[in-house]
Design a protein around this ligand. Structure first.
Ligand code: C2E
Ligand code: CA
Ligand code: CA
Ligand code: CA
Length: 281
């Protein structure tokens, strides 16, 4: 269950009777999969561009169904949103990721663990309770945790979202705006909400080798993030040009890089193959 999904199955358009039945019982299936371990977490390294050492890793959820095979996260996360299962999913990922780190020698370093949190959960304080419970269950420095806020387009109430984010930050965790530049991860998001990190969407980063415009956008967003005092991370560094992309990110002043060029998401122990992160301050 540790290998990266090669060809995720999509079946959003309940085309057959089997799919229809599957969708009806989805809520129960999700609950089941969360319990049995069919839903589990993989980790993708994030590299400190200046030192070349491991900076941290992003926790990414996987669902391996015995009959269906690998189910695409983008698909089933949307299903979780619709089935009211985002909290259960987030609780599971948060608990697994935090306890995995706590049991690892990396917990003694400056290693930074990122967990994705859908912005739809910023509508009330329950997400803070999920985080606080997960932190209470382990012995970890909360400043080692970053929450990547995804789907910021879905924030309806910025005031409320800001309050929830402040409570999350009170635990010590950092907050990152995911997929910056696409959808509505916008300047308003940066202005109105208390983010510590900006994550430039991979659609820009991946285009930088042969697209001057994409390069300029990545450079400008990096400058913007740095001038706001934020950590800047670029996702989607991939392909044969990966080394050049990293070099350009470095020149632009970007702090961290992530992508297939370094590694695909895999089991946590694979992170030990990278140069160890700096000692904790
Ligand atoms: P994301 O947060 O933007 O995560 C990055 C996605 O890009 C991951 O896809 C990752 O496997 C993929 N990726 C990483 N490096 C490269 C690269 O170099 N090239 C290309 N082409 N792709 C790369 P994945 O794992 O399929 O996740 C898709 C999305 O599902 C994530 O996008 C995130 O929005 C969501 N997601 C995943 N896990 C969770 C979770 O635990 N909770 C929530 N709320 N959302 C999650
Ligand atoms: Ca993310
Ligand atoms: Ca992202
Ligand atoms: Ca993305």
């Amino acid at each position: 269950k540790t290998s990266e999904a090669v060809a995720p199955i999509h079946f959003a358009s309940a085309s057959s009777e089997a799919d229809r039945i599957w969708n009806i019982s989805l809520q129960a299936k999700i609950d089941d999969a969360l319990r049995t371990g069919e839903i589990y977490v993989v980790y993708q390294p994030q590299i400190d561009i200046r030192s070349g050492a491991l900076f941290g890793a992003e926790a990414l959820v996987r669902w391996e169904d015995p009959e269906r095979g690998s189910i695409s996260p983008s698909y089933f996360i949307e299903q979780c949103e619709q089935a009211g299962r985002m909290e259960a999913l987030t609780r599971k990922v948060m608990r697994d990721a935090l306890s995995t780190l706590a049991a690892s020698p990396l917990a003694e370093t400056g290693f930074q663990l990122s967990v994705n949190v859908s912005a739809t959960l910023l509508a009330d304080y329950r997400v803070a309770e999920i985080l606080e419970e997960a932190l209470a269950g382990v012995s970890l420095d909360p400043t080692q945790i970053t929450l990547e806020i995804t789907e910021t387009a879905r924030i309806v109430d910025y005031v409320k979202a800001g309050l929830v984010m402040e409570r999350l930050r009170q635990t010590g965790v950092k907050l990152s705006v995911d997929d910056f530049g696409v959808g509505a991860a916008s300047l308003e998001t940066l202005h109105a909400l208390p983010f510590d990190e900006v994550k430039i969407d991979r659609s820009f980063v991946a285009k930088t080798p042969d697209d001057r415009k994409a390069r300029k956008i990545v450079e400008s967003v990096t400058m913007l993030g740095k001038s706001l005092g934020m950590t800047v991370i670029a996702e989607g560094v991939e392909g044969v040009e990966g080394a050049d992309v990293v070099e350009r990110l470095k020149e632009a002043g970007c702090d961290i890089a992530q992508g297939y060029y370094f590694a695909k998401p895999a089991k946590f122990s694979r992170l030990m193959e990278f140069e160890a992160p700096a000692k904790r301050l």
